[in-house]
Design a protein around this ligand. Structure first.
Ligand code: GTP
Length: 600
């Protein structure tokens, strides 16, 4: 395939607007997958993705398509929709020349439509606006086409209405892709040059690298070199994703495909790296800004004896997800564990679910912390990822620390105008720094505002949804650091400080969060045989205290003399309940205790 017969494109959309359904339809239409196949949503390969119906990792599939008597090779690069994974979106876009901007015609433009549009626009991609779900009774394609014109300056006449589910107008999609997406540039006679834009670990063949071939070609037996490390690799297999790995003889300029070489671990597959042929060194391609972890959490085995096994599982799981950062951590309450960094809380949750399901391990996760910055009097700065590293208040008052800073985000929120008042109120409760809003059309508001990141990583999104009856959508990007009046909140259980319960909060919130935390802990800590005192302190004073009174009678007494199977069942239940318990001193703390700060 010469480059003029190749098109590399992606589909970007807000979550649930139908990307995966459209991708399935296009793969069926080109005969890449069977129409009657039961495993639909072929691009969503991970189990969590199927469970949750969301795309986490971008996948790629090649298709062949006849158009005006010519055969084309089309490479579809799927992208995730959720904010936490916008890093994957930009990575995928770097391998494309065009993208379908898919908008649900019953919902209209949503926050990620806007965010994804700007990512694609910034990459200079051809953008094909398509309205999906025109089969729905609530669809209003004309109105949404007008929104698109207003927001993105794309004329309404360029917009195509389809239904991916009911197969309406889907046959017009690929002709548009061929006509409007420019073919990739590249010279097959030039020295080999390729961009590594994704990789994963396959238990049969080892590390698989997804490449965009910029110039030249690569085949089995070639020796290629990584620009990043200078390491040489022998190519063992090349091929395309059709939609599974299918070997081919070569991969040529303009194509997107995979290679398998003698790479031992995924850490060698550096996303953004340039490969070239041995003795034909080329200039490196502009890489990517590495994914930055913005949410850090402690992970600990429920049973300390499981440490080694959990260590192994975390290593395996991070093989396929280089955006998770891993460090060892020791807690006085929870023992040996890890501090893991994630792109966001959904990312964290997906990771925990995969760890528990794929590796059958039970873990305790501590409340997420954003990275704070401490500026010392001598001028040096330190970024901290756990409350334990926070300077104590005597250090702050002795002016050894001159500034405390927290990360901020710039957010986009889109919602129907009747919720404006409620959403403004919610924003101010979350320390919104600046706010401006405009109208997308007569009924929808587009709001941009700056928040401290700590305010939105927990349950902000859920609150936003409930304040707007589910209609608001939300997306954000990092917006640098700002000075902030921060304090560390400590929790003592029966006079013992529990480091895993400590949190960094804004001074103005100390009393509210402190009281709330003490009350929540009181609710989740089961009665013990003795009284349990809970104290929350910050900046050298106690801000809240609660007491869990002692249990009066032996709760298992009623089992004795009773039916044996019933007793066994009760014991079994008790054992299961114990699974996520940790002893701190002589007090048993459940998993919920460690997440108490989050749900405030
Ligand atoms: P993420 O990968 O999570 O971002 O979602 P997605 O954009 O891939 O959405 P998906 O394809 O999973 O579709 C979301 C829901 O919309 C599913 O229940 C689909 O069946 C439904 N859907 C998709 N296309 C259409 C359509 O044309 N009409 C109707 N009525 N429903 C559709």
């Amino acid at each position: 395939y010469t480059t003029d017969r190749i098109r590399n494109f992606s589909i970007i959309a807000h979550i649930d607007h139908g990307k995966s359904t459209l991708a399935d339809r296009l793969l069926e239409l080109t005969g890449t997958i069977d129409k009657n196949a039961t495993n639909k949503q072929v691009l969503d390969k991970l189990k969590v993705e199927r469970d949750r119906g969301i795309t986490v990792k971008a996948q790629t599939a090649s298709m062949f398509y006849e158009y005006r008597g010519q055969r084309y090779l089309l490479n579809l690069i799927d992208t995730p929709g959720h904010v936490d994974f916008s890093y994957e979106v930009s990575r995928s876009l770097a391998a494309c020349q065009g993208t379908i901007l898919l908008v649900d015609s019953s919902q209209g433009i949503q926050a990620q439509t806007v965010a994804n549009f700007y990512l694609a626009f910034g990459e200079n991609l051809a953008i094909l606006p398509i309205l999906n779900k025109i089969d729905l009774p609530g669809a209003d394609p004309d109105k949404v086409a007008n929104q698109i014109e207003k927001a993105f300056e794309i004329p309404t006449s360029d917009v195509l209405g389809i239904s991916a589910k009911s197969n309406i107008n889907v046959d017009q999609v690929l002709p548009r892709v061929i006509d409007q997406v420019p073919p990739p540039q590249g010279d097959i006679r030039a020295p080999f040059k390729a961009l590594l834009f994704d990789s994963w670990y396959d238990s049969y063949v080892g590390v698989v690298c997804l490449l965009r071939i910029v110039d030249g070609q690569v085949r089995r037996g070639d020796t290629i070199v990584s620009h990043h490390s200078g390491v040489k690799y022998e190519v063992m297999e090349v091929g395309i994703m059709y939609p599974e790995q299918s070997p081919t003889v070569t991969l040529q300029a303009g194509q997107v495909g995979y290679i398998v070489c003698n790479m031992k671990t995924i850490s060698e597959a550096h996303v953004g790296d340039t490969f070239y042929h041995l003795k034909q060194r080329v200039d490196p391609l502009p890489g990517f800004v590495p994914a930055k972890s913005m949410v850090f959490s402690g992970i600990f085995p429920v049973d300390a004896g499981e440490f080694a096994r959990l260590d192994e599982s975390i290593k395996k799981l991070t093989l396929n997800d280089s955006s998770v950062s891993v460090q060892k951590e020791t807690s006085n309450a929870l023992g040996q564990g890890w501090r893991l960094g994630f792109l966001g809380t959904l990312h964290m949750d997906v990771f925990r679910q995969r760890l528990e399901e794929e590796y059958d391990t039970q873990v305790i996760i501590t409340q997420p912390t954003v990275p704070y910055r401490i500026v010392f009097a001598d001028g040096h700065t330190k970024t901290i990822r756990t409350p334990a590293e926070f300077p104590d208040h005597t250090e702050v008052s002795a002016r050894k620390v001159v500034d405390l800073q927290e990360p901020t985000v710039s957010a986009t929120i889109i919602f129907p105008q009747e919720y404006l008042g409620a959403i403004l109120e919610l924003c101010s409760q979350h320390r919104c720094e600046q706010q401006e809003h405009s109208f997308l059309d007569e009924t929808r508001v587009l709001m941009r505002c700056v928040f401290p990141m700590a305010e939105i990583v927990n349950d902000f999104y859920e609150k936003l949804k409930s304040k707007s009856s589910g209609y608001a959508s939300f997306d954000y990007e990092e917006a640098g650091y700002m000075s902030s009046s921060l304090v560390k909140m400590n929790v003592l259980v029966n006079s013992r400080p529990v480091d895993a319960l400590a949190a960094i909060v804004h001074r103005s919130q100390v009393d509210r969060i402190g009281r709330d935390l003490a009350q929540r802990l009181k609710k989740v800590i089961k009665r013990q045989l003795f009284e349990v005192a809970i104290q929350v302190s910050a900046a050298g004073r106690v801000v809240a205290r609660e007491t869990v009174s002692a249990a009066r009678k032996d709760v298992t007494a009623k089992c004795y003399g009773g039916d044996v199977t019933r007793k066994m069942k009760l014991l079994q239940k008790q054992k299961q309940g114990k699974k996520r318990m940790k002893m701190v001193g002589n007090v048993e703390l459940p998993q919920e205790a460690f997440l108490s700060v989050i749900k405030r």
